[in-house]
Design a protein around this ligand. Structure first.
Ligand SMILES: *Cc1c(COP(=O)(O)O)cnc(C)c1O
Length: 408
């Protein structure tokens, strides 16, 4: 599909309507067959040898996955894609692809998804991969780390979790390129509606499809979208160790993606309203949201994010609150779901100190700026008035309880 076509249009057209014998299904069916039959051994031989397009075995290629991959590649302006069984599987195969013929060392943003930190430190580092964490928003620090580590790969997220810092992908990409390193960007929080990192110079983009792209909280999946230079290595590694998505999950992900642009627009609008409502509330100590003119990365945000689309995640600190008060607040929620994950059609709230950043010591968490009073809210597509009413009643439940304790 043409690059200039808008994400909304790509989302409902790309990948679909492949001829299958005499007919063309309008939407992509679930293809469960593991292997494929050809009229002659000669033809099967050519398919196996990739001299002729076709399917031979589902770990290599599958028509449902192929449709999803084409869709994701179109959305992220990539050369091709690989559908994976989870976001973590996608990050793993992307890192191995980047390091295949490069130095076995990685410079990674320090504010990244918890399991990604574990992948780097408990899987890759013990295998001899050197890992250096940096503040990816500090380009001088990134440059110094590149000079010292001489990495084969740089890894960052478009919008960090949970403090929503926004790095300058284009400038980091230029530094990576100058050093001969690949840049991998986890674009899960931003989605291709907001930012398309490959257009800014990244080599591979990864997503947890589980979040905004599939969007309904009913499928675990991931994808790597790659530039032309890394695509063949990506696919051949995948053929060997098989981190691939199943066709049923692939179908669900593709069905979800058709509405992602409309959902994310609505979710972003809800997030803007909720962030400004929270900022005016006396019970809230601090709001983290990329639309804030005082955001530490305001200049990068103005340059890289579209007007009025700042993502659908808002983090905030409750005033004078620790774990007990935060639990009381989250227990009082009636509509917003207090559960792990984000990007679903329903609003969800997570307590980083208890979940995503649980394994990190309280002192280290404090240094990262993740306080015990901090919660992360992922906005759904509900009517914003209902979300605000739920937050208001939950906030008053906390203050009623605390004033009651003061009296006693
Ligand atoms: C959830 C998430 C992942 C991991 O994805 P899974 O599908 O859970 O494996 C990676 N990166 C980010 C930013 C995420 O939010």
């Amino acid at each position: 599909m043409e690059k200039k076509v808008k994400p909304h249009t790509k989302a409902v057209h790309a990948g679909d309507r492949k001829r299958s014998g005499s007919h063309v299904p309008v939407t992509t069916p679930i293809n469960n067959a593991v292997s494929y039959f050809y009229e002659s051994m000669e033809q099967l031989d050519r398919v196996f040898g990739r001299e002729e397009p076709g399917f031979s075995y589902s770990r290599y290629d599958n028509p449902t996955n192929q449709a999803l991959e084409e869709l994701c590649a179109a959305l992220e302006s990539g050369h091709g894609a690989l559908a994976c069984s989870s976001g973590m599987a996608a990050i793993h195969v992307a890192l191995l692809t980047a390091l295949t013929d490069r130095p076995k060392s990685i410079v990674a943003a320090n504010a990244i998804y918890g399991a990604t930190v574990s992948l780097l430190m408990t899987v890759l580092e013990p295998m001899g991969v050197a890992v250096r964490f940096v503040d990816i928003c500090d380009l001088a620090e990134v440059e110094r780390a590149i000079a010292e580590v001489k990495p084969g790969c740089l890894l960052m997220e478009t919008v960090s979790n949970p403090l929503l810092r926004v790095g300058q992908i284009d400038r980091v990409a230029a530094l990576a390129k100058g050093a001969g390193a690949a840049l991998i960007v986890d674009n899960t929080f931003a989605t291709p509606l907001l930012v398309r990192p490959i257009e800014l110079g990244a080599n591979m983009v990864v997503h947890s499809l589980t979040k905004f792209l599939a969007g309904h909280g009913d499928v675990l999946g991931g994808v790597v979208v790659s530039d032309a230079a890394h695509y063949d290595t990506l696919r051949s590694l995948s053929r060997i160790f098989g981190p691939v998505l199943g066709p049923f999950e692939s179908y669900l992900a593709m069905r979800g993606i058709k509405t992602f642009a409309v959902r994310v627009e609505r979710q972003c609008a809800n997030a803007c309203r909720v962030a400004s409502w929270l900022a005016a509330r006396p019970e809230i100590a601090r709001v983290y949201f990329p639309a804030d003119p005082a955001h530490p990365d305001a200049a990068a945000i103005r340059r890289l994010l579209p007007d009025s689309l700042y993502g659908a995640v808002v983090s905030f600190e409750l005033k004078d609150a620790a774990r007990t008060e935060v639990f009381r607040f989250m227990n009082a929620l009636r509509l917003v779901v207090p559960a792990t994950s984000l990007g679903d059609v329903h609003s969800m709230m997570l307590y980083p100190a208890m979940s995503s950043h649980r394994e990190i010591s309280p002192k280290h968490r404090e240094r990262m700026g993740i306080r015990d009073s901090l919660v992360r809210l992922s906005l759904g597509i509900e009517a914003v008035e209902d979300i605000l009413a739920d937050l208001e009643q939950a906030l008053s439940a906390v203050s009623e309880k605390s004033s009651a304790t003061t009296v006693v």
